[in-house]
Design a protein around this ligand. Structure first.
Ligand code: ZN
Length: 274
């Protein structure tokens, strides 16, 4: 167990932590129905092979600096190569990965956060139990929502498809299932996903910035509400993701600049708020 000071003294880390706290408050805003009580968790990559992650049991919309905990990424990522882990072993791993022994215990989902933050272009991760998305993820149509895109901005912001992860228990089993799904997606698409869907559980948004993670989460939730509404009104009327994607490269915004970002890591400044 490490005992060094975990406070964000580096200027870059201070800015990252401020952005992480703001993202947490935005995702925890009760008006958005993305998370209530202690649901959901957030993380960000810091300097020196560390990450900041929500402490277990903390509430997103009330998150303070002391409700974040700093962990070393490497031991958490290495744990993914273990076959199984008892609850005691997981507890010991989480405690031993902490930069400061004085900090609160990290979220049980810290292992998947640590691994997702190793992906190229990923600096922030936001996991929520959002209402509309979970209506689908708790139904037999969950896998369809991962692959069927209904409108152009959904493709632009959330990517051509999402990773689908069948229900798995939290902790190491879920982290391993997420890694497997994301690696398969990267083989097929050549890029990390922007959105991971967890059956009977929730969603994970990945982005270079906190703004990107918020945008992906909000767009996924909007797409889910549209998906549910369309299904209730007789079925999904889609021109198909391939047609949508084919239309997008020439798409321009009102100032004449292309807003198409397909195939590139999402940059907050390129998000088409239209
Ligand atoms: Zn969760």
């Amino acid at each position: 167990m490490m005992t060094e000071d975990a406070s964000p003294t580096d200027r870059t880390d201070r800015a990252t932590v401020a952005a992480l706290l703001d993202l947490s408050h935005q995702l925890g805003d009760s008006c958005r129905s993305l998370c209530i009580l202690g649901e959901g968790n957030t993380s960000a990559l810091l300097e020196g092979g560390r990450l900041a992650v929500k402490a277990s049991g903390s509430i997103l919309d009330q998150l303070q600096l002391g409700d974040l905990t700093w962990c070393y990424q490497q031991p958490l990522v290495q744990a993914l190569d273990q076959e199984t882990m008892t609850d005691t072993q997981m507890h010991d791993l989480l405690k031993s990965s902490q930069v400061s022994s004085e900090a609160k215990k990290p979220s049980i989902e810290t292992v998947f956060h640590a691994w997702l933050l190793t992906l190229p272009g990923v600096g922030f991760v936001g996991h929520t139990h959002c209402l509309a998305a979970n209506q689908i993820l708790c139904s037999p149509r969950g896998k369809d929502f991962a692959t069927q895109r209904l409108f152009p901005d959904e493709v632009v912001v959330c990517g051509r498809s999402s990773v689908w992860v069948p229900y798995t228990d939290p902790g190491l089993p879920l982290a391993k299932a997420i890694r497997e799904g994301v690696q398969q997606h990267m083989q097929e698409e050549g890029l990390p996903p922007k959105l991971v869907l967890l059956q009977n559980h929730g969603i994970i948004a990945l982005g270079a910035t906190s703004e990107a993670v918020l945008a992906i989460t909000l767009m996924a939730e909007k797409a889910a509400a549209i998906f549910v509404g369309a299904a209730a009104l007789g079925g999904l009327s889609s021109c198909g993701p391939n047609k949508l994607i084919a239309l997008l490269p020439g798409r321009m915004n009102t100032s004449g600049n292309s807003v198409c970002i397909l195939g590139n890591p999402l940059q907050a400044t390129e998000i088409p708020y239209e």
